[in-house]
Design a protein around this ligand. Sequence first.
Ligand code: SF4
Ligand code: SF4
Length: 237
Amino acid sequence: MCTGRVDFTHILRSFADGCDGVFVGGCHLGECNYITNGNYHAQNMVALTKKLLERIGLNPERLRMAFMSGAEANLYTEHVNSFVKKIKELGPLGVMEGIGKEDLDARLAELIRQVPYIKIMTNEKLAKQLTNHEDVEKLFTTEDVEKLFSEKISYYIDPEKCQACMTCARRCPMDAIISAKKEVHIIEQDKCIRCGACFAACPPQFSAIVKLVGQPAPPPLPEGQRAVVKKSKEATA
Ligand code: SF4
Ligand code: SF4
């Protein structure tokens, strides 16, 4: 019922399922039926998704948002007809862009996997209530989007410091931390959404979680070599 509910994932999955274009129709700005003013958020989310599509080689014109009220059937028809015309000009997804199906599927799947991270990193900008179209256009630049990926954050548990207190594993919303008693904890990088909750939760006396920017996390300790060396024992050794 509200464009505020439309998520990056809905749009990207539509493309992944073979749609050649996605149209998001929302209420006029300032006329949201809910206190959330979700259409502002949707407008920013669409602007960023266009940049993300561009980054993976797709024409951003395949995604469009327009505003209209429930009483403006003519306006809705105009917008949809104009969008359909544009999509017909662009042709099937990936063909005009010269991207093979397998490659396109892989690019979209990877982008979908990054959505939680993208949301966390852009949360503040996504919440802006912009009324000027030019401001929306400038909200996410190509450079901003590049930076999002080149300076990508990841978290790593330093095996020398982890004391297996299990605090991080309890806080992780994705169950992305391999947690066993008396064993160094391990972040499963492909499950991690980089929310930083574990980083904030690790007790300061251990400070075992490292925030890495623009570099991959080192490989985890192999199973069987994860026994924790307690700090106190280490000191008396
Ligand atoms: S950053 Fe930490 S808490 Fe957040 S998903 Fe990754 S492992 Fe879990
Ligand atoms: S919170 Fe820190 S010390 Fe405790 S298990 Fe996690 S990484 Fe190890």
